[in-house]
Design a protein around this ligand. Structure first.
Ligand SMILES: Cc1cccc2c(=O)nc(N)[nH]c12
Length: 372
């Protein structure tokens, strides 16, 4: 009996409100999942991540297999115990990070061999080993191993990578061995080609997965290309399974993804932008490096439900950013993650109330109005 299940509770247009129930707690969708690449959401205590409203966070096979090693994490009780996060964790399969980080990569039908970007030691990642690593980490939602290519790309290259990913999906499903206490997602590939995307979605459904990720986006294409691919492909995915847009994105990408039927999102952007002095608010993004904040005693947003948006002056946040003080990264990471959770929480409420169109329009208008 599958212990991880998805329930759709409301729709508004293509937008969906749902919930994934897992033995470690529920995930309310649309969901934004903070990225905890190497077993930590940078500059945040796990309790603080939860307090922003996050139901689930991400870990990463590539980073954790290199350091501290999957077998070591398993011997220490699994990733939840290791990092003191007892709620759900989703892990990526590692292929994307190998292609973007590792050295001396060699991709064959069997899998990918590479040298660690840390110390140059040699590794192999196959569909079977990726499932084994994610199972050792005791992840609640795991990904097939896939090949993601950057856009723009030749059609025959997109076709080759998509077809390889379907064969790896089949091997991943076999290696998953129908585990009941976690979900396995297939990953739709096919670049920006509608016919290839359809073939990928159909191929994955004939294998059968607990959820469907949409990969191969957020890899350099314009936003309108990403939105077109989403509009075309989400109607071709099963309505009763979660859809996860990998690596996306900025707030306007997420709003557009929700409007096109996506349930789950992850991105390093809120935490990375926080470490670089950018604060996300309902007025849009504010660059606190800018000298215009030097004498501004006002808080970021005194109407925000987040105390961190009310208690610090812009001048002080500017000071922390300019001096590269650690507190600056801490405060702005929390502010940005809390904003992303506020955005998705309001989207969930809007879908339940059948007012997604108004919500989207109001949100975009506030962003366009810009900072006070
Ligand atoms: C993290 C991420 C971002 C963007 C795209 C992808 C992808 O296509 N496949 C995987 N496994 N991960 C991805």
């Amino acid at each position: 009996m599958k212990q991880v299940t998805f329930t759709l509770s409301a729709t508004d247009g293509m937008a969906r409100r749902g919930r994934i129930d897992t033995p470690r707690g529920e995930i309310n969708t649309p969901a934004f999942m903070p990225v905890g690449t190497a077993g930590t959401v940078k500059a945040m205590y796990p309790e603080q991540v939860r307090d922003t409203g996050a139901d689930i966070l991400l870990g990463n096979t590539y980073h954790l297999m290199l350091r501290p090693g999957a077998e070591r994490v398993a011997s220490l009780g699994g990733l939840h115990t290791f990092m003191n996060w007892e709620r759900p964790i989703l892990t990526d399969s590692g292929g994307f990070q190998v292609m973007s980080l590792a050295k001396l990569r060699k991709l064959t039908e069997r899998g990918v061999t590479f040298k660690s970007h840390i110390d140059g030691s040699a590794y192999e990642l196959t569909p079977e080993r990726s499932i084994e690593i994610q199972t050792l980490l005791d992840s609640d939602i795991i990904m097939q191993l896939d090949e993601c290519i950057a856009l723009p790309a030749e059609r025959k290259e997109m076709e080759r990578a998509m077809e390889l990913s379907i064969r790896w999906a089949d091997r991943s499903k076999t290696a998953f061995n129908n585990q009941q206490n976690r979900m396995l997602f297939g990953i739709v590939q096919g670049g920006d080609d509608a016919e290839l995307r359809s073939r990928s979605a159909a191929g994955l459904q004939s294998i059968g997965f607990d959820g469907y990720s949409i990969g191969g986006l957020a890899v350099g294409e314009p936003q309108e290309v990403m939105f077109r691919v989403l509009s075309d492909i989400t109607p071709e995915l099963p309505a009763d399974k979660p859809r996860y847009l990998m690596g996306v994105g900025k707030p306007d990408d997420i709003l557009g993804g929700i409007e096109r039927g996506v349930d789950m999102f992850d991105c390093v952007h809120p935490t990375r932008a926080g470490r670089h002095g950018h604060a996300y608010t309902r007025f849009g993004v504010i660059n606190l490096k800018n000298a215009r904040h030097r004498d501004d005693h006002r808080p970021l947003d005194e109407a925000s439900p987040n105390p961190n948006c009310r208690r610090w002056s812009r001048a002080y946040l500017h000071h922390l950013v300019k001096t590269e003080e650690i507190l600056g990264a801490m405060v702005l990471s929390q502010i940005n993650l809390a904003y992303y959770q506020e955005l998705t929480a309001r989207a969930r409420a809007a879908i339940e109330a059948g007012r997604m169109t108004d919500f989207a329009a109001e949100t975009r208008a506030a962003w366009a109005a810009g900072d006070l």
